[in-house]
Write a protein that binds this ligand. Structure first.
Ligand SMILES: C[S@@+](CC[C@H](N)C(=O)[O-])C[C@H]1O[C@@H](n2cnc3c(N)ncnc32)[C@H](O)[C@@H]1O
Ligand SMILES: Nc1nc2[nH]cc(C(=O)O)c2c(=O)[nH]1
Ligand code: SF4
Ligand SMILES: [Mg+2]
Length: 222
């Protein structure tokens, strides 16, 4: 089985629990959603150029970098055929830590491995601004573990209000990490902070896409 790799690179992880640390990025082609704000829509085009790589070739590339954090992303990585083989192949090396960026529309339970503790999901909840909210699979909230993250990429107060409601309904802060991220340049960052203060959102963390402060926001391979 070959995976459609559109990008592979080492950078600083700009998002999530390991942001600021080095990470190897494996970006796969294709996505089942079309978020209004997607900053990687080029990877989802039908005719996007990719390098077909086997799980062994992906693993060998990862090892060649000497970097221990891996971010498997896309596009939507969990929609790739036989993706669990790649996930299992990478995580069998306990010196590596695999983080999967996923869009919240795909059931993550088949990929959860009880015995594996070097795998974490960073799962979006797509709010109204994305125009993809109807695709959210709420049952995923029951599958998340303390190692995982729910990421709300917010572009409006309505997105924030929905996030707050779900955080409360599913007691998410007790279940996993909860991050707010801004749709890039769509919402004033202090509006998010004021919202967190207004509703005493203890345990929720505001993240900024660090890589967009280091490089141009359109830059690829970073
Ligand atoms: C490109 S997506 C790929 C993984 C997966 N398809 C998803 O959406 O979670 C990686 C992350 O970038 C975020 N993202 C995409 N476009 C963005 C933007 N314009 N501003 C902020 N975050 C963005 C997504 O919400 C997601 O958390
Ligand atoms: N530097 C950097 N960090 C990231 N963390 C998650 C990313 C993603 O596109 O999934 C990403 C990305 O595209 N670049
Ligand atoms: S799910 Fe992720 S890759 Fe797909 S369109 Fe939305 S942000 Fe882009
Ligand atoms: Mg990105």
């Amino acid at each position: 089985m070959n995976y459609k790799v559109v990008e592979k690179f080492v950078s600083i992880n700009g998002e999530g629990q390991r942001s600021g640390e080095l990470a190897v990025f494996i970006r796969l082609a294709g996505c089942n959603l079309r978020c209004s704000y997607c900053d990687t829509m080029w990877a989802n085009e039908e005719d996007v150029k990719f390098t077909p790589m086997s799980k062994e070739e992906v693993y060998d590339y990862i090892i060649s970098t000497g970097v221990k954090n891996i971010t498997l992303t896309g596009g939507e990585p969990l929609m790739a055929e036989e993706i669990s083989e790649l996930i299992d192949y990478i995580t069998r090396d306990e010196s590596l830590f695999l983080e999967i960026e996923t869009n919240g529309s795909i059931d993550i339970s088949p990929f959860r491995r009880k015995s594996v503790d070097n795998l974490s999901f960073t799962m979006d909840y797509k709010g109204g601004t994305s125009k993809m909210e109807k695709h959210m699979l709420l049952s995923n909230f029951e599958v998340l573990s303390p190692a995982d993250t729910v990421k709300y990429v917010v572009g409006s107060r309505e997105d924030l209000i929905k996030a707050r409601d779900l955080i409360e309904e599913y007691k998410l802060v007790e279940r996993c990490k909860v991050y707010f991220s801004s749709v890039y340049k769509e919402i004033e960052l202090d509006e998010i902070v004021e919202f967190m203060k207004e509703f005493n959102l203890n345990g929720v963390r505001l993240q900024l896409q660090m890589h967009k402060f280091i490089w141009d926001s359109e830059e690829r391979g970073v």
